[in-house]
Write a protein that binds this ligand. Sequence first.
Ligand SMILES: [Ca+2]
Ligand SMILES: [Ca+2]
Length: 286
Amino acid sequence: MRSAVSVVAILLVALLAGCHSQSASGPSSGSAPIVVGQSGKLSSDGDTKSRSGGEAPNRRPTPPPPAGRTTAEVPPCDPAAFAQTGYEVMTHASADLDGDGTPEEIIGCQGVQKDELGAPIEPPYFGIARWTGSAWEEWFTIPSSGDEKFLEEGSIVSTEDLNEDGCVELVLRFYGFGVSSRPEPIYVRRIVNGAAEEAVDGGGVMASSDDALTIADMDVNFPGRELIFAFMEWGEGEAHVDAHRYRIAVYGWAKGLYRKVDSLSPAVKFRSAEAALEAYTNGTDY
Ligand SMILES: [Ca+2]
Ligand SMILES: [Ca+2]
């Protein structure tokens, strides 16, 4: 694994200048890795494209927009108009999820009414609004599938074509209630033939605020970018603030889903999950 990463690191340098994402759309098109850490924060820090081989992506052609229906004529969507009664909009983003040339609006909504601990009583959801040609309408909703109660700014992790097949992978994160650590599961959905499909093996990846995710092209055996998690592993007698070991889990696109394709637990301890991910993606020899 380490030698493969070293090769990737060399390829990165060689390919930095000329590689650009094939993403059909998205608010931040480009191929910079996306890092989401403990507070759901999101950062991009440079192009790490390294794909140089492997299975050729089965690219889906983007059809031209129908006559009289161009993006320029679509008025902006008002996300607040799509919050159901008793909900407020926490975050939203635009992306062409069905590849018809017109962006849809992804709207994250959280329940207003709270319990005695401050957690919303109703489960959060993402609403997808689409332009019909004459009006914005709610297309479908994606409710939290666990006990998660929260949404926030970082809940829409990615709206890009990660596996380079012409279809956007929508990476979403809900939040559970926690005191020192809280559940932060990741879900991946895509629109196929007009319906939202789960796009990660097992329906989602359970993670917590002690863990972190980055999205970067690290393995030429799988098309496009991989989802790379660092999961905190508690050692004997360790306190929360101590350095910990982290398990690195790589999810690559294979047989129509993001599946766990690699897992390793270096003996080195890190101060944070982000530091563990940075060491892995930089090809550090543990
Ligand atoms: Ca569309
Ligand atoms: Ca895709």
